[in-house]
Design a binder for this molecule. Structure first.
Ligand code: PLP
Length: 427
């Protein structure tokens, strides 16, 4: 029995399913999850000391690669001064100022501890600001596990075949309308029907929780226009895309600005940090300035802020993103070529340093229906062949993959060689 198998068995004695977040359990792909002991740069090392090239990157945050020495040093130095005070600290303003300077339309920002908290708070803010109850979201998009948003959600929930969770009151669920991603006409119809009741629309600007599905041209722009016409707030959920598609995130990439932006993952550099922010008049409704309540014992934690700030400093350096994007391009092109040579129906999507692989005969994948029609069983076999070869992909066909600045040309070549062998076993 491997050490990961032993540890997984022990964990199941105390933790539901042995994991603290469902998708980690390898339920979709089968087998035993890797228990990770340490990580450095582009690699994670499991409890059996086996090395893997890591394209999960803690589900996105580690854009610099793991355990970057300057980030670790900033964390250690800050920790020496005390772990948490529950009082304001200078470093919160430093990180807030940096985020407001970079993220489009971000006049004010409030820190929280996770992406879930950020989107949950953004929804309350949109409802409180507009005095309306209805929220629009899109099938296959995931925005964390709060009640209003766990309605036909993707990510772990989709992977487990639980589109919406028991425990979410039906009376609340009826205020969330789920539409089809990349369907501008459906959106226009919905707004024509109920636009004046909509508090906000929340969208993943690149859907990363149904694999990786970029917006078709015009989709985000239509969304922006309809929100403006109806007085609804546009919430762009950049928890995954923020600082990953470039410094200005998806909003910079696609030229669309939110009323409220939600952030997480990269802004914490691997520590638990989320944030929501945007238009001054909207954010001024948050307590203590306004009546809409939101709070957090550990929010703005100085050690987490130190990780986030150092992370953002390092990725703000000129020329940081280009090589990461070029490696992502090269990996996707190489995978498509090798799959084609093996006669496997396969395609990829990628934007910036985020990517998705699809086992399908379709030339392009632009919506949830197409994602669901992909060959999941083939993905699972591919996943395990890659894992055996020392390449760690997300353990579910519905999750995006990520590239870091630590992935080298050799890592890409190693991955492509492994993929060539894996594709050969799938034919
Ligand atoms: N929003 C998006 C787009 C996400 O991808 C996620 C998590 O993957 C969340 C929100 C929830 O973030 P967290 O897991 O930090 O609560």
């Amino acid at each position: 029995m491997s050490r990961s198998e032993q540890l997984f068995q022990q964990a199941q004695g105390f933790i539901p399913g042995g994991v603290n977040s469902p998708v980690r359990a390898f339920k979709a792909v089968g087998g035993t999850p890797l228990f990770i002991e340490r990580a450095q740069g582009a690699y994670v090392y499991d409890a059996d000391a086996k090395r893997y090239i890591d394209y999960v990157l803690s589900w996105g945050p580690m854009i610099l690669g793991h355990a970057h020495p300057e980030v670790v040093a900033a964390v250690v130095e800050k920790a020496r001064q005390g772990l948490s005070f529950g009082a304001p600290t200078e470093i919160e303003t430093a990180l807030a100022g940096k985020i407001c300077a970079i993220v489009p339309g971000m006049d004010l920002v409030r820190f929280v501890n996770s992406g879930t908290e950020a989107t949950m708070s953004a929804i309350r803010l949109a409802r409180g600001f507009t005095g309306r109850d209805k929220i629009i979201k899109f099938e296959g998009c995931y925005h964390g596990h709060s009640d209003s948003l766990l309605i036909k959600a993707g990510s772990g929930a989709l992977t487990l075949g639980v589109p919406s969770s028991p425990g979410v009151p039906a009376a609340l669920a009826e205020h969330t309308i789920t539409l089809t991603y990349n369907d501008s006409e459906g959106l226009e119809r919905a707004f024509a029907d109920i636009g004046d009741q909509v508090a906000g629309v929340i969208v993943e600007p690149v859907a990363g929780n149904m694999n990786c599905v970029p917006p078709v041209p015009g989709f985000l722009q239509t969304l922006r226009q309809l929100c403006d016409d109806c007085g609804a707030l546009l919430i762009i959920d950049e928890v995954m895309t923020g600082f990953r598609l470039g410094l200005a995130g998806a909003q910079g990439h696609y030229g669309v600005t939110a009323d409220i932006t939600t952030l997480g993952k990269v802004i914490g550099g691997g520590m638990p940090v989320g944030a929501f922010g945007g238009r001054r008049d909207v954010m001024e409704q948050i307590a203590p300035l306004g009546p809409i309540y939101q709070a957090g014992t550990l929010s703005g934690n100085p050690v987490a802020m130190a990780a986030g700030l150092k992370n953002l400093e390092l990725i703000s350096r000129p020329g940081f993103y280009e090589p990461v994007f070029a490696r992502t391009d090269a990996l996707m092109q190489g995978l498509r070529e090798r799959a084609a040579a093996a006669g496997i129906g396969f395609t990829t999507n990628h934007v910036g340093s985020m990517f998705g692989v699809f086992f399908t005969d379709a030339a392009t994948v632009t919506n949830y229906e197409q994602v669901m029609a992909c060959d999941g069983e083939r993905f699972n076999r591919f996943f395990h062949a890659m894992l055996d070869a020392g390449v760690y992909l997300a353990p579910a066909a519905f999750e995006a993959g990520f590239m870091s600045a630590a992935h080298s040309g050799e890592d890409i070549q190693f991955t492509l060689d492994a993929a060539e062998r894996a594709f050969a076993t799938l034919a």
